[in-house]
Design a protein around this ligand. Structure first.
Ligand SMILES: NC(=O)c1ccc[n+]([C@@H]2O[C@H](COP(=O)([O-])OP(=O)(O)OC[C@H]3O[C@@H](n4cnc5c(N)ncnc54)[C@H](O)[C@@H]3O)[C@@H](O)[C@H]2O)c1
Length: 305
């Protein structure tokens, strides 16, 4: 009995790298998987049948998968992707939004088209797939069905802490966190959780960075072999988040780096100053904020002028 037996999952961008690893891991635990991939380059140029390779790998290992070649950034194609899961397997339980591209440059060199395409794939693509999945789940809930369903989105260290040369990508990956936290609020009452993972691995995306030209595809590493840069290292976390056992985890950001699973805590309130119910005076803020608040670290400070 597999921990995901009976589940139907979509993994976007599953033709290569981390997405391929997620799709194979979900199938290994019994899920039937829709393997989506547009099949273009790491910069998002072109298209192709990359999804077929992953489907073939899953089937060869005894799993059940079907390919989808849609562009997640296209709202109608994202809808067709969710429809493919429902038409092929009768339902959708797990949506893993993983598709991604990079178009790096320092902001003064970045073309506006590179901003637009990165935002389109990551932010609009994640949102569109979530939208269509949410319509499906809300329909089932309104019909009286109770169920567990899962959204697992993909953020990145760039979106959580920033990274030189990635104003487009970092903005997109931070936006995905805000989207995930809001989905967690909107969908919890119908049994859907939404979380974001921050994975890692030597993939086509990291190979675009200077000095990091190694690419490891997950099927090149044996199941029992340890490889620190294996894109599959975070996939067991995805399988667990996809399972019914993860119901208590909602709206969270979890990184999977090398052999670590890291629960991220962000945007917690630090030190505070209050004006004492009177308007602030900008000319006094240097003394209050510069000399006091930002010198105090995390210690709470209540200021009365
Ligand atoms: N590799 C890392 O270290 C790392 C770190 C943090 C986050 N990520 C994220 O992990 C995800 C997977 O990236 P990867 O590193 O495996 O790179 P990858 O290039 O191997 O995989 C990304 C896949 O997404 C597909 N894709 C791109 N645009 C698409 C679209 N519009 N519609 C459908 N599919 C599309 C690509 O064809 C590709 O197969 C991305 O969201 C990436 O930002 C990767």
């Amino acid at each position: 009995m597999g921990m995901l037996d009976g589940k139907v999952a979509i993994v976007t961008g599953a033709g290569n790298g981390i997405g391929r690893a997620h799709a194979m891991e979900l199938a290994k635990h019994g899920a039937r998987v829709v393997v989506n991939d547009l099949g273009g380059s790491a910069r998002g140029d072109g298209s192709g049948p990359a999804a077929d390779t992953t489907v073939e790998l899953i089937r060869r290992r005894g799993g059940d998968a079907v390919a989808d070649y849609g562009d997640v950034g296209d709202h109608e194609q994202a809808g067709a992707l969710v429809a493919r899961a429902v038409d092929t397997y009768g339902r959708l339980d797990v949506l893993v939004n993983n598709a991604g591209i990079v178009r790096d440059a320092a902001i003064w060199n970045m073309a506006v088209d590179d901003w637009d395409l990165v935002m389109r794939v990551h932010v609009r693509g994640t949102w569109s797939c979530c939208h269509h999945a949410a319509v499906h789940w809300r329909g089932r809930a309104k019909a009286g069905e109770t169920f567990h369903a899962r959204i697992i989105n993909t953020t990145s260290g760039a979106g959580l802490t920033g990274n030189f040369g990635q104003t487009n990508y970092a903005t997109a990956k931070a936006a995905i966190v805000g989207l995930t936290q809001t989905l967690a609020i909107e969908l919890r009452s119908i049994g859907v959780t939404a979380n974001a993972i921050g994975p890692a691995g030597a993939t086509r995306i990291t190979a675009t960075m200077p000095g990091r030209d190694q690419i490891i595809e997950p099927d090149q590493v044996a199941d029992d072999q340890w490889e620190p840069l294996n894109p599959a290292n975070g996939s067991p976390l995805v399988a667990w988040l996809a399972s019914d056992g993860s119901s208590m985890v909602n709206g969270q950001v979890i990184r999977a780096l090398y052999d670590q699973i890291i629960w991220m805590h962000g945007w917690r309130q630090g030190a505070v100053v209050a004006s004492g119910n009177q308007p602030w005076d900008a000319t006094k803020l240097d003394a209050i904020l510069g000399a006091r608040l930002f010198q105090t670290g995390v210690e709470a400070l209540y200021f009365r002028s």
